[in-house]
Design a protein around this ligand. Sequence first.
Ligand code: PMP
Length: 366
Amino acid sequence: MKNWIADRTASFDSSGIRKVFDLAANMRAPINLSIGQPDFDVPEPVQNACIEAIRAGKNAYSQTQGIGPLRQRLADEIRAALPHADREVLITSGTSGGLVLAMLAMVNPGDEVIYFDPYFVMYPALVKMAGGIPVPIDTYPDFQIDVQRVADAITERTKLILINSPANPSGVSAGEATMRQLADLARQRGVALVSDEIYSRFQYDQAFVSPAVFNDQTIVIDGFSKSHAMTGWRVGYVHGPAEVITAMTKMQQYTFVCAPQPAQWGALAAIDVDLSDHIAAYRRKRDLIVEGLADRFELATPTGAFYAFPKAPSGSGTEFVRRAIERDLLIIPGGIFSGRDTHFRISYAASDETLRRGIEVLRELA
Ligand code: PMP
């Protein structure tokens, strides 16, 4: 098998996160604070809508752009919030599918893509898959975006800036002023701004503000995985300028084809589900984590998503996680999400009992 594997595959590595998952598989009853998905089940109206769609024979391909009723419903909501003349919607195979299509449709080999460290694991890999050059911007220790640093990092080759707020893995959100400055900067410098808003509904202290409010060319990627506990259903959506959405649609036609049709009918029902109880529960869990850890760990207060990203009290993040795993606590070393191996990620999408046990072990280790 000589040279069968393309350079793009060799350009990134996923063994770190796989090692953590393998460890988890071998632990008998871990205190599991590693999972990046909600701990509630898919809401019943969503389950019913999907089952009804299957029974009604809605099992074929949908249009590449997505089923009409879901696209229309999302378009109505999006245009009410962002009344831009030029904004189209595409249903994708999860938020990940939207991210892949954005890279394929926009990034040329050699183009630079700016994003923020710590980052969602897929970002540098996706940039490289498209032949692009990852340009991470360090945001330690508070994980806030310094827009001047972004301005300084922009070159002739910068194609896009990828932002994720509230962020995985830090749980920190960008405030309105930062979003406005970043949106203005992207417009002034002619750089595309891609906003991964998968956690926007899980925002606890102030309202979520999309950079699309300040820059009508912003490409927004969103989805139902986290908000409605539908990670396995693979439904996301993208909205942005028609030219970009058309290019992404063409890419989807010849790759994913469409998001699973029955799951799209489920997503249509999901839009009417009231999430306020779940969001209130996560706000309370966030408070539990902050109260439990703030006096023992250096911790940037998480304001959204369901993650916290404390600093390991001594040694590396990897070393700290190894000690936690010896005590049956599963957390993720920060080096998976970062050029630095100094922190660790906690997901607080877990029962209160699991959180209490986890906090106890962490306090003892500190
Ligand atoms: N973006 C971020 C920031 C995420 O954390 C995740 C899931 N972990 C995704 C995208 C992908 O979500 P989906 O299941 O919709 O592909």
